[in-house]
Design a protein around this ligand. Structure first.
Ligand SMILES: NC(=O)c1ccc[n+]([C@@H]2O[C@H](COP(=O)([O-])OP(=O)(O)OC[C@H]3O[C@@H](n4cnc5c(N)ncnc54)[C@H](OP(=O)(O)O)[C@@H]3O)[C@@H](O)[C@H]2O)c1
Length: 286
C-alpha cells in the first residue's frame, strides 16, 4: 500500500493508554495501522483521532489477538500491504480475574500479553527491517520487576493466580524483547520495553475487592494521556534511535528484573515462547 508517511502499527488502540499512543503518533505524522478486535470501537477511535488531527491517516484491521491464528493472519496481511514499517507498538494487554482458556487452548493472559506480540512481531519483521531505521516498543508493566519465571513452565496450569499470570507474562514479554534486541543488532531495528505507570484504565474488569481497589487507585493514578507518554517517548525520541534492549519508566532507562539480565535465561524464554507459538497443541500442558 503506497503511503507518503512512515507507517506505525499499534495494537490495543481502542481504549486506555493505546488510544493516546495512537493519537500521539497521528500527531507526529505517522500513517496508523490499528489492529483492533471490535469494528465499532475501532471506528470510534478513528473518528476520535480525526476530530483532533484532521489530516490523520488510519487503516483499521480487525483481529482477536488472543488467537494465534488470527494474529498470524493479520500480521501476514499487514506485511503484504506495507513493505516498510517504521514502528510497531505491541500495547494490547489483559489482566484477568479468573483464568480463561482461548479456543486454541491457551490461557488468555499468556496469549494476549506474550504469544501474540511474539507472533505479530515475527510476521512484521521483514517490513520493519526493510525500513531504514525502525522501532519495536512493547508495553510492559512494573509488575514484572518482582515476578519469577521458569522457562520450562510458562503455562501456569494449577499455579495460575491473576497476579502471577499477569506479572509473569510481562516479564516474559520483556525477556523476549531483550532477546530480540540482540538478534536485531546491526539491522537498524530497535526493540525496547516501556512501562506506562499506573493508569486509571479499563484494564481491570472485575468486581469484588479487586475491582473496588482498582477503582480507589484511580484517584492516585496517571491519566491515560500521561500513561501514553513513556511508550511514545520510546517510539519517537530522536536520542533513542539506536537504543535497544532497554526498559523505560518515566521516560528514563531503568534496571529490569535480574532474570532479564541473564542471557542464557533470555534465550530459554525465547525458545519456550517460540515453541508455544509453533505448537498450539502444547497449550494445556503445564
Ligand atoms: N493501566 C495500567 O495501570 C497499566 C500498568 C502497566 C502496564 N499496562 C499495560 O498497558 C497496556 C494497555 O493497557 P490499558 O491499561 O490501556 O488497558 P485497557 O484500557 O483495557 O486497553 C487494552 C486494549 O487492548 C485491547 N485488547 C485486549 N484484548 C484484546 C484482544 N484479544 N484482541 C485485540 N485487542 C485486545 C483492548 O481492546 P477492546 O477495546 O476491544 O477491549 C484495548 O484496546 C497493556 O499491555 C497493559 O498490560 C497498563
Amino acid at each position: 500500500m503506497g503511503v507518503d508517511r512512515p507507517v506505525a502499527v499499534v495494537t490495543g488502540a481502542t481504549g486506555g493508554i493505546g488510544r493516546f499512543i495512537a493519537l500521539g503518533l497521528a500527531r507526529a505524522g505517522y500513517h496508523l495501522v490499528l489492529i483492533c478486535r471490535d469494528r465499532v470501537r475501532a471506528e470510534a477511535t478513528r473518528a476520535w483521532i480525526a476530530d483532533t488531527t484532521p489530516h490523520s491517516s488510519i487503516d483499521l484491521r480487525i483481529a482477536d489477538l488472543s488467537l494465534l491464528s488470527a494474529t498470524i493472519e493479520i500480521g501476514g496481511d499487514i506485511a503484504a500491504s506495507y513493505s516498510r514499517i517504521a514502528l510497531l507498538i505491541n500495547n494490547a494487554g489483559v489482566f484477568e480475574a479468573k483464568p480463561v482458556t482461548t479456543a486454541e487452548g491457551f490461557d488468555r493472559v499468556l496469549a494476549v500479553n506474550l504469544l501474540s506480540p511474539f507472533a505479530l512481531t515475527r510476521a512484521l519483521l521483514p517490513s520493519l527491517i526493510a525500513h531504514a531505521h525502525s522501532r519495536i516498543v512493547n508495553v510492559g508493566s512494573s509488575t514484572s520487576d518482582r515476578a519469577r519465571i521458569d522457562p520450562d513452565d510458562l503455562v501456569l496450569g494449577d499455579r495460575w493466580t491473576m497476579m502471577r499470570a499477569y506479572s509473569q507474562s510481562k516479564l516474559a514479554l520483556m525477556m523476549i524483547t531483550f532477546a530480540l534486541a540482540k538478534r536485531l543488532a546491526g539491522t537498524g531495528v530497535t526493540a525496547n520495553v516501556a512501562h506506562p505507570g499506573m493508569v486509571a484504565t479499563g484494564l481491570v474488569r472485575t468486581g469484588g475487592i479487586i475491582g473496588l481497589a482498582w477503582g480507589c487507585l484511580a484517584a492516585i493514578s496517571l491519566t491515560e494521556e500521561r500513561g501514553a507518554d513513556t511508550p511514545l517517548h520510546a517510539a519517537l525520541a530522536p536520542e533513542l534511535a539506536t537504543v535497544s534492549g532497554a526498559y523505560f519508566k518515566n521516560r528514563g532507562s531503568v534496571l529490569p528484573n535480574r532474570q532479564a539480565l541473564n542471557p542464557p535465561l533470555l534465550e530459554r524464554v525465547w525458545m519456550a515462547t517460540e515453541r508455544l507459538v509453533a505448537s498450539p497443541e502444547s497449550a494445556g500442558q503445564s
